[in-house]
Structure formats: structure tokens, C-alpha cells
Design a protein around this ligand. Structure first.
Ligand code: HPA
Ligand code: ZN
Length: 386
């Protein structure tokens, strides 16, 4: 548990929380908007706004007119998504407009520019190479475009970003193996990419696609030559709508270092204890979970319970163009719906920093940036409790 959180809980015993008036609530919202943030669960293809999908389709002469009439029609398709399966259908169709290095550059730049507005200082960005392989795009084309944008955004916008390609679990393990071979070759030809492509993830439809299906390919990744691929981190979506047992499988079989989503963990007490004891990061995406029907409403979301159990949870945006909000909107929505207070917010933001795959010295800097931003708010609130 965050130290700040423990201290705050002790303080709440002597202070009535209802004393915290609307002024402090407005201050909390202002703080959330401006605080430095870390984004650990966002899919490049999930950041494609309808306008960009249209622009790229036109640029590549891809006729999507049988699918939607215009930008408003496409936006209403986004809005009508109700579950993971219906989401993935729209997601794949729209992602198919990404064909050239320039497309990947533009999509990445568009996301990082938007993230900058939310004061994201560091992002670990997922993308789905197999999705684009199906339309004949090589890993090299995708990676070259994305990496060029990451470099330019670092210089022009002062935002840092690293990349995590994911395997799509509805495809076979053989398909993931062949993708891994292509990624491995890319590392051999582009040794500098090791600093930026820092891991492999697992995403897409959980139903009947347990982590065990990918045991072999993740074994191979863990045993790949370090001199070629560097330190490859492993993450996996698990327990989004799949059972808690998939979280255990991802940890035990794939050796996943973080669990993306993981909200189904509370049905297994032993697992909760392990997640807490081992501080395993759970990257939770509240607006996505409601949009895709994992929870009926945000008020029913178990994020606050997960935090109160002492789990290492953090808030992220998943597929922000589709689910109605980028990272700041996720924070604001949970403050409103779950009554999160300033200590919860700082704890969630600190957890995200602690869960990054960067050098400890870089985490120290990010923690200090967050503390500096939080100081006026915490000072004001502690004055209210006097
Ligand atoms: N869940 C699972 N797979 C995904 C998602 C998601 O929200 N977005 C892209 N691939
Ligand atoms: Zn996701």
C-alpha cells in the first residue's frame, strides 16, 4: 500500500471527511487534470479517432463506404459498441487503414500529442502487429513509423514513450511464433530498437483463449538471446472478462510481470493475497470496463475495493477513442463515481510510476514530479483537518 494512503487513513479517523467541501473537490479535479501521469495500458489502434480513420482510408484508397457513410456514422458505430467482441470487430476494421510507415507515424504522433494534453509524461504503448500483418504490412514498416514518431515526440513534445507489441490471443500460437521470429529479425537488424521495444504483451478476446495456449512462445521469448533483444518484459491481458484463473496462468505460465485489467481477481482470495504480497501491477481501465460491459456502471466498478485491499492498481485508458475517454477522463470519472479522494488519486498515480519498465533513477524523477504537483493540494487538505 502507498505510504501516503496509510497516513491518510489514520488521519481520517480523527477528521470528518464531510468537512472536505466542494472547494477541495474542485481542487482535486484541477490537480488530476494537471498532474504528471504515466500511461501503461493503451493500444495504438485503440487511439484512432474516426477523423483519422477516414483520412488514412482516403490516403490509401481503402473503400470503407459499405461499412460507414461518414465520420458521424463511424462515430456512432464507436458509440454503439457494447462488449469486447463487438468492439474488436470495429477495432480491426478501423486498424486496417494503417498501411504505410507514414500512417503509423501519424497515428502515433496523434496519440502522443493528445496524451501530452493530459500531461502524460511517460507511456508504454501497445500495438497489434498481427492485425496489420493480415493486410500485408511488415513489422519493419510498423516499427519504423512508430519509432520515428516516438523520437520526434520526445524532442518536440517532451513526452517519453516505449513500445510493447502484443500477440492476439484469438489467433494460434503458431501465428504468434511467426510474429516473434519477425520481431527477433527486426532486433537483429535494428539493435537500437532494444531501448524502445521493451516487451511483449497478450491481448484480444479472452473467451476460450487462456494464457496456457501461448506457453511455448513466451518461453521462447524469455529464453531469447539478450544480446539481440535486451531485457524483454512480459505483460498479459487477463481477468478482463475471462476468469481469475487466467490471471494465475498468466503469472505462472507466461511469467507476466504485469496484468492488464485483472479486475476478476477478487473472486479468488488466495490470488488476491499473492497479488498484494508480490505487488503485482494491475493496469485497470475503468471507462473501458464499463463500455465493454465488464461492469454495468462505473459505480459498480471494483477499483476502490482493489485499492482498499492494498493491490497495486493503476488507472489507464485502453482504447480511448472508442470507450469515451483518455487518461484524465478515467481519473475524473472514478473520483465522481467511486468517491476517490486525493490520497487514492496520488496512490493510483504513484502505483503507475512504480509499475513502469524504466530504470529506478527515472522512476525517482517521476515520483518527485508527482510529489511536487501534489504538495499544494495535500497541504491545503491537511490545513482543513487541523
Ligand atoms: N481488451 C482485449 N484486447 C484488446 C483490447 C482490450 O480492451 N484492446 C485491444 N485489444
Ligand atoms: Zn487493453
Amino acid at each position: 500500500m502507498c505510504r501516503g494512503r496509510q497516513q491518510r487513513q489514520q488521519k481520517q479517523k480523527t477528521a470528518n471527511y464531510s468537512d472536505v467541501n466542494s472547494q477541495s473537490s474542485a481542487m482535486l479535479k484541477r490537480f488530476v487534470t494537471s498532474m504528471p501521469k504515466v500511461e501503461l495500458h493503451v493500444h495504438l489502434e485503440g487511439t484512432l479517432e474516426p477523423e483519422l480513420v477516414l483520412t488514412l482510408a482516403e490516403r490509401n484508397n481503402i473503400d470503407l463506404s459499405s461499412y460507414f457513410k461518414d465520420v458521424n456514422d463511424l462515430r456512432s458505430k464507436y458509440e454503439s459498441i457494447k462488449c469486447l467482441n463487438s468492439f474488436l470487430q470495429v477495432y480491426h476494421r478501423c486498424a486496417s487503414v494503417l498501411r504505410t510507415e507514414r500512417d503509423f507515424y501519424d497515428a502515433t504522433m496523434a496519440y502522443l500529442s493528445r496524451a501530452k494534453k493530459d500531461n502524460v509524461v511517460y507511456a508504454e504503448l501497445f500495438f497489434d502487429p498481427q492485425c496489420h500483418k493480415q493486410t500485408g504490412v511488415s513489422f519493419e514498416t510498423m516499427a519504423d513509423g512508430i519509432l520515428a514518431a516516438v523520437d520526434d515526440a520526445n524532442h518536440q513534445l517532451d513526452i517519453k514513450c516505449k513500445l510493447i507489441p502484443c500477440f492476439m490471443r484469438h489467433l494460434s500460437e503458431a501465428s504468434a511464433m511467426s510474429m516473434w521470429s519477425e520481431i527477433f529479425k527486426y532486433f537483429q537488424q535494428h539493435p537500437k530498437a532494444r531501448d524502445k521495444i521493451i516487451g511483449i504483451g497478450l491481448d484480444s478476446d479472452e473467451q476460450d483463449n487462456p494464457p496456457s495456449k501461448f506457453h511455448g512462445v513466451f518461453w521462447k521469448i524469455r529464453h531469447a538471446s539478450k544480446s539481440v533483444v535486451g531485457d524483454m518484459h512480459i505483460v498479459a491481458h487477463a481477468g478482463e472478462e475471462g476468469p481469475s484463473n487466467y490471471i494465475s496462468q498468466a503469472l505462472n505460465l507466461l511469467r507476466s510481470e504485469r496484468i492488464d485489467h485483472g479486475v476478476q481477481c477478487l473472486s479468488d482470495d488466495k490470488l488476491v493475497q499473492r497479488l498484494r504480497d508480490e505487488h503485482i501491477p494491475l493496469t485497470v481501465c475503468p471507462l473501458s470496463n464499463v463500455k465493454l460491459g465488464v461492469f454495468d456502471t462505473l459505480k459498480q466498478h471494483n477499483l476502490k475495493r482493489m485499492l482498499d485491499f492494498g493491490l497495486n492498481v493503476s488507472i489507464h485508458s485502453d482504447n480511448p477513442a472508442y470507450v469515451g475517454g483518455y487518461i484524465t477522463q478515467n481519473y475524473l470519472a472514478v473520483i465522481e463515481a467511486l468517491g476517490m479522494n486525493e490520497s487514492d488519486v496520488v496512490c493510483l498515480a504513484m502505483n503507475a510510476i512504480n509499475s513502469t519498465f524504466v530504470l529506478e533513477s527515472e522512476r525517482v524523477v517521476m515520483r518527485q514530479q508527482l510529489r511536487d504537483a501534489a504538495r499544494p493540494l495535500l497541504l491545503m487538505l491537511s490545513a482543513e483537518y487541523e
